[in-house]
Design a protein around this ligand. Structure first.
Ligand code: NAD
Length: 263
């Protein structure tokens, strides 16, 4: 059941970064189903082209763009192309992200910089690229996909947690700037979600420790205190709810999906 079936986004346009798979692709379907025209961007162009094609097959309007969110010029071009294709950008979902896990002693500067750039700098660049047009229009929704790791730390995730804490701090600060403009800026903070990113995390643990998939998954869920993986669609529904007309009074919040419920 779609618990947010009442959200009507007809007449709205949405730009979703990292829309080629996982939470980004699920969000594209959720927003399109609610009536929004969507534009998807990712480093891997084939993946967003494929998601856009599947959306169009269902009768939705969807565009796909290649963009590395860490590259200032590509982000500027993305904002221009998405605005040209859709008329304007009403909703921005900063979903592109990447993770790593390593004990502090093994985190290279290159790994640290990469994790910070994709998760934090990418969110900053994309928001900066469309924020003014939202304010000028008097309506906008920015939803940043942070993580539980944006609110608390954990073993071996110092780089990822630092980057996601940066995303939450950025969210709260830009929300303060947006106050009273009709634009809201919020973050969603899920625990482990059933996506290719989590598949990669499990594979990394198996590779390093030699334990089975089952034990690696049990360890991950125990560490995060989750009873199960969260579905990408569940995150997408919370993102959708923050994009609703009725969500105008929710600004600067970090909404937690802790996955502690029963299946
Ligand atoms: P995913 O790896 O399945 O998808 C990530 C998407 O981001 C892909 O489309 C990829 O192409 C894109 N991307 C990566 N680097 C990029 C870059 N530099 N420029 C443009 N696009 C880029 O991941 P997911 O699990 O769907 O995660 C989406 C977001 O949710 C991320 O920000 C992630 O940190 C966050 N998150 C994930 C989980 C989880 O357990 N999977 C939990 C909490 C938060």
């Amino acid at each position: 059941m779609n618990t947010f079936a009442g959200v009507d986004l007809h007449g709205r346009t949405a730009l979703i970064t990292g829309g080629g798979r996982g939470i980004g692709a699920a969000t594209a379907f959720e927003l399109a189903r609610s009536g929004a025209v969507v534009a998807l961007a990712a480093r891997n162009e084939a993946s967003v082209v494929d998601v856009a094609r599947r959306l169009r097959e269902k009768g939705y309007t969807a565009f796909a763009f290649r963009c590395d969110v860490t590259d200032t010029r590509q982000v500027r071009d993305l904002a221009l192309s998405a605005t040209e294709a859709m008329g304007r950008v009403d909703i921005l979902v900063n979903n592109a992200g990447t993770a790593s896990s390593n004990p502090l002693a093994r985190i290279s500067l290159q790994e640290w910089n990469h994790i910070m750039e994709v998760n934090a700098t990418g969110t900053f660049l994309c928001t900066q690229a469309v924020f003014d047009q939202m304010v000028e229009h008097g309506w906008g929704r920015v939803v940043n996909v942070a993580s539980i790791a944006g609110l608390e730390g954990g073993r071996y995730i110092a780089a990822y947690a630092a980057a996601k804490h940066a995303v939450v701090g950025f969210t709260r600060s830009v929300a303060a700037e947006a106050d009273g403009t009709g634009v809201t800026v919020n973050a969603v903070c899920p625990g482990y979600v059933d996506t290719p990113l989590t598949d990669e995390t499990i594979a990394r643990i198996m590779r390093r420790t030699g334990i089975s998939w089952h034990d690696a998954m049990r360890g991950v869920l125990e560490t995060s205190g989750q009873s199960r993986l969260i579905r990408a669609e569940e995150v997408a529904e919370v993102i959708l709810s923050l994009c609703a007309e009725e969500a105008g009074a929710t600004n600067g919040q970090a909404i937690v999906l802790d996955g502690k419920d029963t299946p």
